[in-house]
Write a protein that binds this ligand. Structure first.
Ligand SMILES: [Zn+2]
Length: 164
């Protein structure tokens, strides 16, 4: 029953040891098909690919949820660099004009705006202009009055973003 010939795992250089299936020159690690160097390289490659894939996904998520390059560029062209904005309502909108702060750029020319009441509203870029007169209520008393006059209807979180 007793084994007389126990394989020595450290003895990978012994004659008859398998060669690395990658470089075919150095002995493979015990129980593995690659040698130490090839294993190290393949792990490095694997991690690099994994990190690259992660940043690709992260960027895709950014583009979809808060930092769409195209929408951000259009915002810069039509509104400017100031993130304090006025949103003007159009017929059929379930909100009235309000002031707010741009929090994100969504696909399809949609802008995420934090309104005077701390709510996030998504509106089309074409309804957004720079807040040159500072409507935002914290800025001055008249702004606060104007804000109080504006009816507090909120579009809700069910905004559908659709590319037409
Ligand atoms: Zn190798």
């Amino acid at each position: 029953m007793a084994k007389t010939n126990i394989e020595n795992p450290a003895d990978s250089t012994a004659a008859g040891a398998k060669l690395c299936t990658h470089c075919n020159t150095r002995p493979a690690r015990t129980g593995q098909s690659y040698c130490r160097d090839c294993h190290k390289n393949s792990m490095r490659q694997y991690r690099a690919n994994r990190n690259l894939e992660f940043s690709r996904l992260n960027n895709a998520l950014d583009q979809l949820t808060r930092n769409n390059t195209q929408t951000r560029r259009k915002f810069a062209e039509t509104v400017g660099t100031d993130r304090w904005v006025i949103v003007t309502s159009e017929a059929g909108d379930q909100f009235h004009d309000f002031s707010g702060y741009v929090m994100g750029f969504l696909p399809c020319d949609q802008i995420s705006i934090l309104d005077e009441h701390g709510r996030m509203v998504n509106v089309p870029l074409k309804q957004v202009v720079a807040d040159v007169n500072r409507w935002y209520p914290e800025d001055d008393a008249t702004g606060a009055e104007a804000a109080a006059e504006r009816i507090k209807l909120f579009r809700g979180s069910a905004n559908q973003v659709s590319c037409r």
